[in-house]
Design a protein around this ligand. Structure first.
Ligand code: BGC
Length: 337
């Protein structure tokens, strides 16, 4: 059980801390004069992280987001997964990657100030998924304030994979209120609507003119209480946006900014979708950094990934990984301060 806090640092004073447990981002310390502001929701101690909100800061897998009814078929064979979200499997199941201790080693990576390689082996049948899966991640930080997450996976059997990074951001600093004054821009013209169990209906609908249209920057407080049915049904945003980009190509996905602090995060990715989630499951009962409770809308998760339930949705990008192929996706968070 490795409880070390690993640190990525650059010459501008940006520091990103993470743990072996869940590959969880513990803190993102952005310079602010002689001090710093931590913009990643989380906990003060390693113990609290291990026992706290399962996905906060974690790498989620084997299949991030929801799988309808906890099952899918590959070549006619049905696989039954462990369920943890009503009738669904969420983020890989109850003992998904968020609960695992990753092997961590420092590496040198050209163009980056500090970098680590994280490795995880997931055995055939774990949580019901087929194939022995070997996952390797690189966390690397450069002087352009870009935090790269490079994710690779290989399986010895045909399987399904969708891996993402799940930090919650508050650019005013954790515990500094809600994200209402944050502006969100997403490079998307379409989204995948969902049913009452948050499972995609399979449609891909245009966003233009709706309150989920973030193609130009939108103040979150102006839309979070919208009467637009998809937002109203969830009391906020928890939707998958279809990124307006070519498959597998690294491109701009979204920009989150907060004008009073002057801070921003841009997300670039090779992934086809972006789940934006405005933290509606926090109800004040759980306490985070500085003893401050997590409330509705105290942070926003922006998760670059494949569309939800892709293993059951024939018209979504495929989540199938063939033996001898390599799953390889990248996410870059670029911090502005
Ligand atoms: C999902 C939410 C879920 C949350 C749990 C997000 O990725 O979109 O529906 O409640 O993860 O941490």
């Amino acid at each position: 059980m490795n409880t070390t806090v690993f640190k990525l640092k650059n010459d501008n004073g940006l520091v990103i801390e993470f743990l072996s447990h869940g590959a969880k981002i513990k803190a993102i310390k952005v310079p602010d004069g002689d001090e710093y502001v931590d913009v990643a929701l989380g906990y003060d101690t390693v113990d609290a992280i291990i026992n706290g909100d399962a996905y906060m800061g974690a790498i989620c897998g084997r299949v991030a987001n929801r799988i309808n009814n906890g099952s899918f078929k590959l070549d006619g064979k049905k696989y039954n997964l462990n369920k943890n979200d009503r009738t669904n499997t969420l983020h890989g199941g109850p003992t998904g990657f968020q609960t695992k201790y990753w092997q961590v080693e420092p590496i040198t990576k050209g163009g980056y100030c500090s970098a680590y390689k994280l490795s995880l082996f997931s055995a055939d049948g774990e949580e019901g998924f087929p194939g022995n899966l070997q996952v390797t991640i690189i966390y690397a930080l450069n002087n352009k304030n870009e935090f790269l997450i490079d994710i690779k996976a290989q399986s010895d059997k045909k399987t399904v994979v969708n891996l993402t990074s799940h930090p919650y951001f508050n650019l005013n600093g954790v515990g500094k209120g809600r994200i209402f004054n944050h502006r969100l821009e997403i490079n998307a013209k379409q989204f995948t609507p969902i049913n009452h169990l948050s499972i995609p209906t399979g449609e891909i609908l245009d966003l233009k003119g709706s309150d989920l249209d973030f193609s130009k920057p939108v103040r979150l407080g102006d839309v979070i209480n919208s009467d637009f049915e998809p937002i109203k049904a969830l009391s906020g945003i928890d939707h998958n946006f279809v990124l307006n980009k070519k498959a597998k190509q690294m491109d701009f996905a979204c920009r989150l900014s907060e004008p009073e602090s002057g801070r921003s995060i841009e997300v670039y990715t090779t992934q086809p979708g972006l789940q934006a989630y405005t933290s509606m499951h926090f109800d004040g009962t759980e306490v985070g950094k500085g003893g401050i409770p997590f409330h509705h809308y105290c942070g926003i998760a922006i998760e670059a990934q494949n569309y939800p339930d892709a293993p059951n949705q024939p018209n979504f990008p495929s989540s199938v990984l063939m033996p001898n192929d390599t799953y390889n996706e990248q996410i870059i968070y670029k911090f502005g301060f």
